[in-house]
Write a new protein. Sequence first.
Length: 376
Amino acid sequence: MCPSDIHKQRFRNPKTQSSNSSMAKEAGSGSSPPKAKTWCDHLAHLSSDLTRIPKSDTPCKRCQDLKENWVCLSCKDVFCSRIVNRHFVEHYEQTNHCLAASCRYHQRIWCFRCEALLDARVIPQLRSFLSPSNASKDLSSSAKLENIDALMVAVTDLILMPVPSFDFRPADAQSVVGHNELALAKEGLRKIFDRGLVALADHQVQKDFLTYSAIFLAYHPSPSELKDLSSFGVNLSEETSAFLQAQHKLKVASNLSASITQKKFVLLQQASKYAEAKKEILATDEKVANLKAMIKELESQIKNLEACIATAESDREKTHEVLDTIDTQVTTVRDGLVSDLAQASAMEGMTRAANELVTQWQSAWDSMRTNFAKLS
């Protein structure tokens, strides 16, 4: 049932039994497990209800052993691993139930078909298995800390992932405001220039701009400084629409970048809280262990020591509630960050093209505005 079960022929080869057992013990003794898969093609074998599963101390259905058991996520029966009496291996071979969860280490889920661990935090069909109703069945501090440690490792990788760079250059269309027909045209152009390139989205503004430009150019025989003004009206409606779309894409990219930054901040904040909670719960566990030893040594003070243990246990349960909250929030924000990063990566090329279009148009606009100001 553990990662060392990958090669099934080892189950039947007595010569490899010893080496396999040591590998399995290492995989089940708290050592770092192999990287878990984020998807599995055999999820159809899952039970329709993963919220009510046997407790972690449930014995093997066949041999009643308690040391190294796994629960079947199809029928919810519990069997011992290969390093004990290989009853889960036999169960898989007989029923084809390939998905199992470790009774010893919460969140460690193995697929016999894939021959790999599965990440229950990422795979939607397995998230109900991580519900508080399941987690509350085993209040082992070491098991809970192992789960959140693994989650924090994944979160750290996400925090360190680079955010796609977006070069935002907001439009700036401020100009100097400087009567017969030429004066009216100058004043009209000044007002449009003052409103900025976005104003051209209005159809009437487009018409006014073309009219004022024609009047102004009629009095100025197209000097080289005004070549941009004379050509700016070509396909004005279509090009203005393209500019506004590009500007909108840059705004979406900016909001996405801000969202990623905010989510990373939340994850860092929760990681800091988890470090404090972990230190506290480890200290509390040590305190509980010491108090239990004192009970055996100082029988005359057993009543007082039991009261202290009860208090420590109560404190530990409260800390577990904090851990559950941290686990839930980190998982939720992590999922959102994964989605945002995927969306940001997909938008990187699009925003680069949009930025180039906006920059090109803005440069032309600024040049034309400056030349217009000189002539006015």
